[in-house]
Design a binder for this molecule. Structure first.
Ligand code: C2E
Ligand code: CA
Ligand code: CA
Ligand code: CA
Length: 281
């Protein structure tokens, strides 16, 4: 009987977000989540691998749901896209992340290159208003465009659509940093390294094996990093979980990295503490 109870609990939570009924409730709740102050940003440190210096943070959204607890982006981003709630969410994320950067600046002396890295979906990149939104929020918060990096995952739509080109070019002209996200997964083709006007690449954690010491693994990673370097792009590895991985990536010339080895994503005060600690070092 105990097993049965457990099984039904698992079934309930697994199927929960997929069931049509729950999804439609969740969709309605999602529409109101921003105005109800239920969205939260977590920040994950991005570290220069040579020096260990904190060079920026990636903003990662969570939904603090009043009954379901802390929901991860995988549980609601697609839904937000489906119901057309992505534009207000994207604006909220930009607004919140850049206001936070301003507050960090007011509290600690940051390296002028310290960047906040924000994920932006392909549908948002296609929205002609994106450029105006970005420009307005930057100026409201008094942030230089170069201190914002937009990370873009799915480029499947980024062909032949004028607005894509518009956003890309406009954002670039503005001086905002652009990065290819999830490089090494099915979402991101090698040809983008040459065809997209970006500054950097986030290499996906799936490229890192746990057996990083094996010569074949090392050569594999070295070759990928060389490919990225040959396109004059900055390389950031994500999903670094061990000191061994960090040391090897540093030795292979990877510029920066992020992952549980350095820190999990944390709410803003956790970054405050890290910034203050790094000043005392
Ligand atoms: P991503 O951009 O590839 O972000 C990295 C994901 O890897 C994050 O998951 C992060 O928590 C996780 N991660 C970081 N370090 C490690 C590690 O050492 N090991 C492992 N196994 N995982 C690690 P998270 O926060 O659940 O975000 C998932 C995805 O949701 C993100 O993947 C991003 O594509 C999307 N996302 C997050 N926030 C936003 C947002 O504001 N807007 C949009 N459009 N997408 C977002
Ligand atoms: Ca990202
Ligand atoms: Ca990724
Ligand atoms: Ca991802």
């Amino acid at each position: 009987a105990k097993n049965e109870a457990n099984a039904s609990v698992v079934l309930f939570s697994r199927d929960l977000l997929n069931s049509r009924q729950v999804r439609s409730v969740l969709a309605a709740e999602l529409q109101a989540a921003i105005s109800n102050d239920e969205m939260v940003l977590y920040y994950q440190p991005v570290v220069a691998l040579k020096t260990g210096e904190l060079v920026g943070v990636e903003a990662l959204v969570r939904w603090q749901h009043p009954r379901r607890g802390l929901l991860m982006p995988d549980e609601f981003i697609d839904l937000a896209e489906e119901i057309g709630a992505m534009a207000p969410l994207a604006v909220w994320v930009l607004q919140t992340a850049l206001a936070q950067l301003r507050r960090w600046r007011e509290t600690v002396v940051l390296d002028p290159r310290f960047s906040v890295q924000v994920n932006i979906s392909a549908t948002q990149l296609q929205r002609p208003e994106l450029l105006d939104d970005v420009q307005r929020i930057l100026s409201e918060e008094g942030i230089e465009p170069a201190n914002l990096v937009l990370e873009i995952t799915e480029y499947s739509m980024v062909t032949g659509n004028e607005w894509d080109l518009y956003s890309f070019r406009g954002l670039r002209q503005l001086g905002v940093g652009l990065a290819i996200d999830d490089f090494g997964t099915g979402y991101s083709s090698i040809s983008y390294l040459r065809t997209l006007p970006v500054d950097g690449v986030k290499l996906d954690k799936s490229l890192l094996s746990s057996d990083i010491a094996a010569p074949a693994e090392r050569e594999f990673i070295a070759a990928i990093l060389q490919l990225v370097k040959s396109c004059s792009l900055a390389a950031t590895f994500e999903g670094i979980e061990t000191g061994e991985q960090a040391a090897m990536l540093a030795a292979l010339g990877c510029d920066s990295g992020q992952g549980y080895y350095f820190s999990r994503p944390v709410p803003a005060p956790g970054i405050n503490a890290a910034l203050v600690a790094s000043l005392l070092e």
